[in-house]
Design a binder for this molecule. Sequence first.
Ligand code: SF4
Length: 687
Amino acid sequence: VNFRKWETSKVKTTCPHCGTGCQVNLLVKNNVIVGAEPANGPANKNMLCVKGKFASYKFVASGDRLQTPLIKREGKFEEASWDEALELVSKKFKYLKNNYGPDSLAGFSCSRSTNEDNFIFEKMVRTAFGSNNVDNCARVCHSASVHGLANTLGSGAMTNTIEDITTDVDVIMLVGSNPTEAHPVIGLQIRQAVQNGTKLIVVDPRKIDLVKNSELHLQVKAGTNVAFANGIMNVILNEGLEDEKFIQERTEGYEELKELVADYTPDVVAKICEIEEEDLIRAARLYANAKKAPIIYCLGVTEHSTGTKGVMSMSNMAMLVGKLGRPGCGVNPLRGQNNVQGACDMGCSPFDFPDYQKVANEKIRQKFKKAWQTPLSSNTGMTSTQVLPAATKGDVKGLYIFGEDPVVTDPDVSHVRDALKKLDFLVVQELFMTETAKYADVVLPGAAFAEKDGTFTNTERRIQRIRKAVDAPGAAREDYKVFCDIASKMGYPMHYEHPSEIMDEIAYLVPNFAGVNYKRLKQENGLQWPCKSLDDPGTPIMHVGEFARGKGLFKAIPYQPAQELPDNKYPYLMSTGRMLYHYNTRSMTGRTPGINEISNKSYIEVNAESATQLGINHGDKVKVSSRRGSIETFAKVGDRVREDSVFMTFHFQDGNVNEITNAVYDDIAIIPEYKVCAVSIEPLKNK
Ligand code: SF4
């Protein structure tokens, strides 16, 4: 669409990509979004990255948007009316519920969608389905943060704000996080902090871009975070750098921790992590002696079979030196998707009602039963990572997937395909015909972020508005309305005139959201939970004076190696992760022409020394194999990875790395070990 700027109207909203929560103005002409420009928000201060600037809107008007419900008949999708599709979906789910029990049904919610959509989705699963089998994709990214931080501090969220941890801090300890690519606007703010004098410690198996700006890079072997943290604490205690007063007054479990970390002397840890003893000691001193020093971490800590323990180790380090409940400190997970924080807050978890109120707690169940006026199941629900094996066994028969694509994103995807094929009935609600949608019996067209009102909660717990800029295409509908219709047809009537009414219900049921409403969100440019009353301004820094759980809990955690280590047949240790230009399955960035020209194929990073030994040159086609199978991709030779390691992005379906990742799980959060599996590589150039 050709346009002059004065012909456009501006709609202020929130970027739909990562958890930074940048504010963006969409430029709209004649019901089409023609551009995007930065708006001033507390997290982005008028900045946007390449994804926010160019990939935040073009996908919305993509020609291949789903525009009508589809019903599969004799293996082929046929267009259907909403009435027909909703009738079939509700009838089928009701049949399965009546014949096989409520727990034969499950739902995966969408952490890219709004808080209001997520709240209604989990409400539909718990009331109309009658099951607690509801989850969201945090299961495969930050569920370890939710469990680990809730366990040690009492709340599974970032403790401080983005501005606070990147302004006037002495040291930043960045562990397993690559913000310049995964959270670019936060990466930029970290760079600015370094320019202003902050010392950056990078703890990462890869030489990420921020290493250039760092004081110290600890290039630990992937899967050794717990040993690293125990080593840091050993040095702190050995040199008397701990905060005794804080430990005495505000924590418990200290003696057990002290006893355990005594074994993790620098020589022992240097051997496990394959780093220099001196570097470990220097990092411990820098961190402990700094007045203001936040820990910032990401999936390099969580996506391990010991992910929750890795997160608890981050809390241990911060508590030992009293760096919690204070400005410029804290333990700060950078949440991945735009609203993965919100999907968790809204109770899209088998264990939690909204606001992490426990399903297992009888009093809490009674509270929701009274509010929702229907009996609620006390059965322990299954995580998404448990639902799929249960489907393979025939225990789960009906599944509703809202805006997720597990056929691409889950580890060892051949098992996901098998599970979906075994289902009696699969419904997928989506914007596009994804790989997962192809397996569905019914596909329902949903609305993109720019086609609806609602809220996202960013990584720093800030609830921010998204606003409708254009109409959804064809018969595509706002998602919560579809859930309401299905629940109503299944016998549990639900109706809301506008998402603001849903937020009012959330505020009524969720103590930490009690002061939140749309009027305040507009007037105050978003609100950070906990926001417990209408005169509560929100909470930038958590755990001030007291932890959410009362006392902070030290957890003594012994180091355990990753579950699959390299051997002669599969000699390289592979990690997966994000790159700057793309977002997850590329359903949005892959539909943005300029971005696709810059980056349109998968690659594997290989160390130059290893490449020479293997006879691989930069750009060569290679075969990468694990115990699960093989894929083909292209070699990117350099010094970003260690000689014993390789790294692959997870964005591309040709050469989908999740064909070969390892489906082993953390035993607390049931999060997969994406960051470590053993692979072999061979050149394909002459074949
Ligand atoms: Fe969007 Fe994240 Fe980039 Fe901000 S940093 S513009 S939220 S992708």
